[in-house]
Design a protein around this ligand. Structure first.
Ligand code: PXP
Length: 248
């Protein structure tokens, strides 16, 4: 497993492969396999694989965790809700990193950051158990002082700032959201916490976030998998066409 320290200046890319699993799960079979996606992602120079084992298993399934870990040498960042079930699974698989995220059954995606301040008592023993197992714990929080201060008290090595509000903001509000993230990234770094960021990042909005010097890693999923459909559809249709023509 690659646990090498960060190269100065290099912004890591973690690719979230959940939505390959979403497509697979739509038919309940094995195709497309998120492990194959992880292998491709590793081959083209991504720095990590991110996957969210949700309570309802709508993305990856339990057995995917070990398969992903075995398939590539890349560090796995397991996104997990702060529940006893997920803690046990994380301790069993010992991913390189665990990112604690808020999770609501009815939400379409992780809609907001974790209330690390409000859930301090729940999170403290969980962070300790994960850290004791050698797992690098991260908290997925909004870019807010109160949440960052809670992360400091919880002594996590990493926070991931939720970039959803930035990504969805238009006009001048986007600059306001960007500044909030930049300010919180600087504050995190000054306090010895490595800032990451993710959610809703696209070709159009990634660069201002990527330019924030303290941010060490971006985790990007939905847009990349969506774009991959367009980049790959031509080759897939051509291959099907060729197979059909060959059969006649
Ligand atoms: N980081 C975390 C903690 C997430 O939960 C997610 C997915 O919700 C992402 C990054 C990736 O977001 P997206 O799929 O919008 O790129």
């Amino acid at each position: 497993m690659n646990t090498a320290p960060l190269q100065p200046g290099k912004l890591r890319l973690g690719v979230n492969i959940d939505h390959v699993a979403t497509i697979r799960n739509a038919r309940g079979g094995d195709h497309p396999d998120p492990v194959r996606a992880a292998e491709i992602v590793a081959a083209v120079g991504a720095d990590g694989i991110t996957a969210h084992l949700r309570e309802d298993r709508r993305h990856i399934r339990d057995e995917d965790i070990a398969r992903i870990q075995e398939a590539t040498g890349l560090p796995l960042n397991l996104e997990m809700a702060a529940t006893g079930e997920m803690l046990a699974i994380a301790l069993r698989h010992r991913p390189h990193a665990a990112c604690i995220v808020p999770e609501k059954r009815e939400e379409r995606t992780t809609e907001g950051g974790l209330d690390a301040a409000g859930q301090f008592e729940l999170l403290a023993p969980m962070v300790a158990r994960l850290s004791d197992a050698g797992i690098r714990v991260s908290l997925f929080i909004g870019p807010e002082v109160r949440q960052l201060e809670a992360a400091m008290r919880l002594q996590v090595p990493v926070v991931e700032f939720h970039t959803g509000e930035y990504a969805h903001a238009a006009g001048e509000q986007r600059a306001v959201e960007l500044k909030r993230i930049a300010d919180m990234a600087a504050l995190a770094a000054r306090n010895g916490i490595e800032p990451h960021a993710g959610h809703g990042l696209t070709y159009d909005n990634v660069q201002p976030i990527a330019a924030i010097p303290q941010i060490a890693e971006l985790n990007i999923g939905h847009y990349l998998i969506g774009e991959a459909v367009f980049v790959g559809l031509e080759a897939a249709v051509r291959q099907m066409r060729a197979l059909m023509d060959e059969a006649r």
